[in-house]
Design a protein around this ligand. Structure first.
Ligand code: NOJ
Length: 567
């Protein structure tokens, strides 16, 4: 569709009709989607061969988690070469073929960029280890002397997101302990120093490399972490990341990140084709609170999208969801951006399992689940997950889906300890199971080896038996299946223009029912989500467009969402 060009107050060209403002973008985790060569790890040719699934599903774009050269200590988020494809995933020709095929099918392609850190196998870090303190090679990273008489203590009190200290000590060529380097994640993921212009130039050149290969945008890993507070001061010991402003932490949401993204925006705008709806987009992975601070990332001259993780973390409680939706909409409206909704990704417990626990006010379980933990109620979780997705896909803005959620896949919660690969497991001294449970390979055909994930039985994480029952071929064309529900929701969302609509709450329903209308050029679409214990009536004369579950006798049962045209 051709866009209507408009100029906002900042003078930036803004396309009110641009594709990304209401896009539904499907996340593929390359290790786990489709394996063409049968080695048990998904790859780019596998993805290309399955793209029709996404076209049939009705999404607008695919986002690929990293497939770059990497020793895979953090499943590819440890990049050794930003400009090449890891041999386990294929090569650059395979990447080009994937982008070309996606475009043929009308799908755009967003790739990951990981600017906060590199792998310790990146040429820059190897050079830095061989160079001396104070050298230009070390200045690309955050090397510091230790504290204490012999420098035996880390330079500050920062902790790695995966557990343990965020600093590791190097060894000098003569075998004596040397400087420390910062790694907010695994020790194999040294943080880059974004005050160094060479780092800025390099990452901008990486963006151009992929834009020149015709990708449609980037999801920016740890977008809020690039700039650290001056002097790398100690952080608060008792910081609660669920409730407190992220900027209070010296490693996150520092004001300096915004200037980087203004520069990136100018860069991607060079690649937009005005009038052709070919904006290339930038989407932040920024776990930032409050939402007003997150909204700064999507000011008109910065990024296009920023995942709203507050919504993902909101428990299945009507009042909390309503407040979260309101806050989500008002925070971005203040800067003229659409909201970016998401319920699952490769870092959190799949929502079909997360919602299978009793909701706890103010909290939603996102950390991994192990066999020793209380297990979620699978039927309840799936029912709520379907209702939650139908709620999310009715909301104005864009939305991201995570591979397998369209099948209702649950988290793999009983993976044996010896198959776990997430560095969180080791770094937490086996106290946190980590994220492997949401990364298990996707089932395509129930009766084939590895449920059709690849041509052999190999699968880098074992697939639970229930994945066979939920395979794509078991759900295709089956009325009421989760896959057909997603297809219907995506079709109706498009037909009714829900992603571009205006939301108005209808205060007619009981307190534990969410009720609103979305008005768009297609008219008003009413949405009800019942989080209460009792069924509620669907208004007389309603023309039902979609529902997340059966609607016996014109009522909306517990944990169900319905979309309808009001009488
Ligand atoms: C966020 C990514 O989503 C996650 O998978 C990764 O471990 C960290 N960033 C570090 O890159």
């Amino acid at each position: 569709m051709l866009g209507t060009q408009a100029r906002d107050q900042s003078g930036t060209t803004r396309d009110d009709q641009a594709w990304w403002r209401d896009a539904v973008i499907y996340q593929v985790y390359p290790r786990s989607w489709a394996d063409a060569d049968g080695d048990g790890i998904g790859d780019l040719p596998g993805i290309t061969s399955r793209l029709e699934h996404l076209a049939a599903l009705g999404v607008d774009a695919v986002w690929l988690s990293p497939f770059y050269t990497s020793p895979q200590h953090d499943a590819g988020y440890d990049v050794a070469d930003f400009r090449d494809v890891d041999p386990i995933f294929g090569d650059l020709e395979d990447a080009d073929a994937l982008v070309a095929r996606a475009h043929e099918l009308g799908l755009r392609v967003v790739v990951d960029v990981v600017p906060n850190h590199t792998s310790d196998e990146h040429a820059w870090f190897r050079e830095a280890l061989e160079a001396s303190p104070g050298s230009a090679a070390r200045a690309r990273y955050l090397f510091r002397e230790g504290r204490g008489d012999g420098g035996e203590l880390p330079p500050n009190n920062w902790q790695s997101m995966f557990g343990g200290p965020a600093w590791s000590r190097t060894t000098d060529p003569d075998g004596t302990p040397g400087q420390w380097y910062l790694h907010l994640f695994d020790s194999t993921q040294p943080d880059l120093d974004w005050t160094n212009p060479e780092v800025r130039e390099e990452l901008e050149s990486v963006l151009r490399f992929w834009l020149d290969r015709d990708v449609d945008g980037f999801r920016i890993d740890v977008a809020h972490g690039l700039v650290k507070a001056d002097g790398l001061p100690d952080g608060p010991e008792d910081f609660d990341s669920a409730t407190q402003a992220t900027a209070l932490q010296p490693m996150f949401d520092q004001a300096g990140v915004h200037e980087i993204y203004r520069s990136w925006r100018r860069l991607v705008d060079e690649y937009a084709v005005p009038g052709a709806d070919r904006d290339r987009i930038l989407c932040a992975e920024a776990w930032v609170l409050p939402l007003e601070s997150l909204a700064k990332y999507v000011r008109p001259d910065e990024l296009h999208q920023s995942f709203n993780f507050s919504f993902l973390m909101t428990p299945w409680i009507a009042g909390e969801l309503r407040a979260s939706i309101d806050e989500g909409l008002t925070s971005v409206a203040a800067v003229g951006a659409p909201q970016t909704w998401v319920l699952s990704n490769h870092d959190v417990v799949r929502h079909a399992s997360r919602l299978g626990y009793p909701p706890q006010p103010g909290r939603n379980r996102t950390e991994g689940i192990g066999p020793a933990d209380a297990q979620p109620d699978a039927a309840l979780g799936l029912r709520r997950a379907r209702a939650a997705t139908a709620l999310m896909l009715a909301l104005p803005g864009s939305a991201y889906l995570y591979q397998g959620e369209e099948l209702g896949l649950p988290e793999a919660t009983t993976l044996p300890d010896d198959v776990r690969q997430d560095p969180t497991w080791e770094r937490s001294n086996h106290t946190t199971p980590g994220r492997d449970g949401c990364r298990v390979p996707v089932p395509w055909e129930a009766d084939r080896p590895s449920f059709g994930f690849g041509p052999t039985d190999a699968s880098w994480l074992p697939q639970p038996d229930v994945y066979g029952l939920l395979a794509v071929d078991r759900q295709t064309g089956v009325e009421g299946s989760t896959l057909e529900l997603y297809r219907t929701l995506l079709r109706v969302r498009r037909e009714r223009g829900l992603g571009r609509g205006e939301l108005t709450w209808a205060d007619v329903a009981p307190a534990d029912v969410l009720a609103f209308e979305v008005s768009s050029e297609a008219g008003a679409t009413a949405v009800l989500t019942n989080l209460g214990a009792e069924p509620v009536p669907i208004p007389p004369g309603a023309r039902v467009l979609a529902a997340s579950g059966p609607l016996p006798s014109s009522t909306l049962p517990t944990d169900t969402t319905v979309w309808f045209v009001p009488a």
